[in-house]
Ligand binder design. Structure first.
Ligand SMILES: [Zn+2]
Length: 172
C-alpha cells in the first residue's frame, strides 16, 4: 500500500498525487514525455556533423547524455539550436557559440566545435563541449549570481560533472 503523496514535477508545474487518485496528466506533460522518449532521434541530428570524427562524435554524445533533462529538452525544443563542426581551421580557441542576432527568439543558436577536440585529452574535450552547451543553455549569459559568462559556463559544466581540468592543454 502506498502512503504519502507522490509529487510529479514538470517544467513549470508540480502535480501532487494521493494514493488511489487518478492522475489527470496535462497535455503539456504528455508532449514533454514524448519528447524525452524521442531524445535519441533528436540527438542524431546533433551527431551527424561529426560522422568524419568518430572520437569527437562519441564525446559529444557522452556529454549530451549527461545533461539534465531540462537542458536536453531546452535544446531539442528549439529548432534554432544546433551542434556542428568547424571546418575552418585557422583561428583562436577551440569552439565558439554563434551569436544570436536580433531580438530573442530569432537567429540561430549553434554550438560549433573544432575537429581538434578529437585529439585533445578526453577530460579536456568533454569539459570544452560541456562548457559550450552551458553557454548555449544560458544564452551566453550569467547563471544566478555568477555574472561573468565564462565563470557561469564553467560552474554549470562542473555541476553536470565536467570540471575544468587543471591542465587545459592539448594532449600530445
Ligand atoms: Zn566560454
Amino acid at each position: 500500500m502506498l502512503k504519502g503523496v507522490a509529487t510529479l514535477r514538470f517544467e513549470d508545474q508540480t502535480i501532487e498525487m494521493k494514493p488511489g487518485e487518478i492522475l489527470n496528466i496535462p497535455e503539456a506533460a504528455i508532449s514533454q514525455f514524448k519528447t524525452e522518449t524521442d531524445n535519441h532521434m533528436g540527438f542524431a541530428a546533433y551527431l551527424e556533423p561529426f560522422s568524419q570524427y568518430p572520437v569527437l562524435q562519441q564525446r559529444v554524445l557522452f556529454v549530451l547524455e549527461q545533461l539534465p533533462s531540462e537542458v536536453q529538452l531546452d535544446f531539442l525544443d528549439d529548432a534554432r539550436f544546433c551542434v556542428t563542426i568547424d571546418n575552418y581551421e585557422p583561428g583562436i580557441g577551440w569552439s565558439f557559440l554563434m551569436p544570436t542576432p536580433g531580438p530573442p527568439g530569432n537567429g540561430s543558436r549553434c554550438v560549433v566545435l573544432r575537429p581538434k577536440l578529437s585529439t585533445a585529452s578526453e577530460q579536456f574535450a568533454m569539459y570544452v563541449i560541456a562548457h559550450e552547451f552551458a553557454h548555449a543553455f544560458l544564452r551566453n549569459g550569467g547563471w544566478g549570481e555568477i555574472t561573468d559568462i565564462e565563470e557561469a559556463a564553467d560552474a554549470m559544466a562542473a555541476s553536470w560533472g565536467f570540471h575544468r581540468p587543471e591542465h587545459t592543454g592539448w594532449a600530445i
